[in-house]
Design a protein around this ligand. Sequence first.
Ligand SMILES: NC(=O)C1=CN([C@@H]2O[C@H](COP(=O)(O)OP(=O)(O)OC[C@H]3O[C@@H](n4cnc5c(N)ncnc54)[C@H](OP(=O)(O)O)[C@@H]3O)[C@@H](O)[C@H]2O)C=CC1
Ligand SMILES: CC(C)CCC[C@@H](C)[C@H]1CC=C2C3=C(CC[C@@]21C)[C@@]1(C)CC[C@H](O)C(C)(C)[C@@H]1CC3
Length: 418
Amino acid sequence: MASPQGSRAPLEFGGPLGAAALMLLLPATMFHLLLVVRSGPARLLGPPPYLPGLQVLWSPRMLLLWLTWLGLQAALYLLPARKVAEGQELKDKSRLLYPINGFQALMLTALLVGLAVLAGLPLGALPEMLLPLAFAATFTTFIFSLFLYLKALVAPASALAPGGNSGNPIYDFFLGRELNPRVWSFDFKYFCELRPGLIGWVLINLAMLMQEAELRGSPSLAMWLVNGFQLLYVGDALWHEEAVLTTMDITHDGFGFMLAFGDLAWVPFTYSLQAQFLLHHPQPLGLPVASVICLINAVGYYIFRGANSQKNTFRKNPSDPRVADLETIPTATGRQLLVSGWWGMVRHPNYLGDLIMALAWSLPCGVSHLLPYFYLLYFTALLVHREARDEQQCLQKYGLAWHEYCRRVPYRILPYIY
Ligand SMILES: NC(=O)C1=CN([C@@H]2O[C@H](COP(=O)(O)OP(=O)(O)OC[C@H]3O[C@@H](n4cnc5c(N)ncnc54)[C@H](OP(=O)(O)O)[C@@H]3O)[C@@H](O)[C@H]2O)C=CC1
Ligand SMILES: CC(C)CCC[C@@H](C)[C@H]1CC=C2C3=C(CC[C@@]21C)[C@@]1(C)CC[C@H](O)C(C)(C)[C@@H]1CC3
C-alpha cells in the first residue's frame, strides 16, 4: 500500500470539512443553475422553480447516452496522434508520453455529429435532456472518483500527488491521490481535462442554437456570439493541447473528485449557461453593441493567447528568437522567470485575458439578469484562489527569486488594482 507521503503538505480548500461541503455544494449549484435558467424569473439567488424528484433526474437512457459519449471520446483519444508529447519531469525523473490529437477529436466529433443530424438525430432535443444527463454525469463522477481513490491505494509512493495524501479519506477522495492515474497508456486526467467536457460544452451550445432556430426561425445574434466565442476558446485549448501539460492540474494536482467533477460535469453543464439562458430568455442585440463585445473578446483572447504562448515557448526553449530578448530572473533551480513582456505586466497575464473573455461571453445576455454573469463571478473567485495556490507553489520552488519577481512585478492579475 502506498504511504501517505504528502501528509505534511498543508491542507487546502478548508481541509476535510471544506472538501465535504464542496462535494455537496458543487453538484447542488450545478443543478440549481440548470433549474433556474429555464424558469421565468431566472434569478441566480432566488429559489429553484421546483425540486425535481428522482424520476426526473434518473434515466437509464441518459446514463447510456452519457457513457456512449465518454466511449466515443475515449475511442477518438486512442486514434493515431499527429504527435506524441513528453510531459514534465516526474519525481522519479521519468517523463510520461501524451498523444496530441485533441483538435482531431473535435473535428471528427463535428463530422460525426453533422452526419448524425443529417440522418435525423434531433440535436435540438438536447436542452430538454440536460437535467438527467447532468445527473448521469455526476453519478458516474462519484463512481469514477471512488475507482481513482482505490487505484491509488496500490500505486507506488512516487506516483502520488504532493497534496491529496493527508490520510483523511474525504479530503483525499476530493483532492485526488494519484498525480497521473493511467491504465496502460490511457491517462485519465489528461483525457478528462480536454475531451468529453470541453467538446460536450460546445455541443450543448450548438444544441441551444439549433433549438432556438427551430423555435424562432433563426438563431439570434447573441446566440451566435456566445457560440462563436466559446467555440474559439475550446478550439484554441485543443489546438494548443500540449500546453495543458504544464498547467497546475497536470503537474501538481492529484486526480480526484474535484477535477473529475469539474472536467466532466461542471464544465459542460455550467459553462454552457449563457447559451441556455439565451434559449429561454432571448435578448435583442444590435450590431454596434455586438461589435464592441467582439472587440472585448478579441482583446481578452489576444492577452490570454499571447501570455500563454510566450510562457510555453520560453519554457520549451529559452533561446527561441521569439522570447530570447525578454528580461529574466535566474533561480536556484536553473530555470528562469520572465520579467518583461506579458509576464512583466502582471504575474498572471493569462488570467487577465481569460477574465476579459469571460465578461465578453456574458455581455450578449444583456444586463437584465445576474444569472448569465455567474461564470464571470465563479471564474474570478476560482482564479483568485488558483493564483494564491500557484504563488505558494512558486515561492516553494523559487524562494528568493520569486520574492524578487514579486518586487519587480507587484500586481497579480489586474495592473495597478490587484
Ligand atoms: N476556463 C477555466 O475554467 C480555467 C482556465 N484556466 C486557464 O488555464 C491557463 C493555465 O493556468 P494555470 O495552470 O493556473 O497557470 P499558468 O499557466 O499561469 O502557470 C503558472 C506557472 O507558470 C510558471 N510561471 C509563473 N510566472 C512565470 C514567469 N514570470 N516566467 C516563467 N514562468 C512563470 C510557473 O511554473 P514553472 O516555473 O514551473 O513553469 C507557475 O507555476 C490560464 O490561461 C488560465 O486562465 C485555468 C483554470 C480554469
Ligand atoms: C468546480 C471546481 C471547484 C473546480 C473545477 C475546476 C475545473 C473546472 C477547471 C480547473 C482547471 C481547468 C482548466 C480548463 C477548464 C476548466 C478546468 C478543468 C481549461 C482546459 C480550459 C481551456 C483552457 O484553454 C485551458 C488553459 C486548456 C484550461 C486548463 C485549465
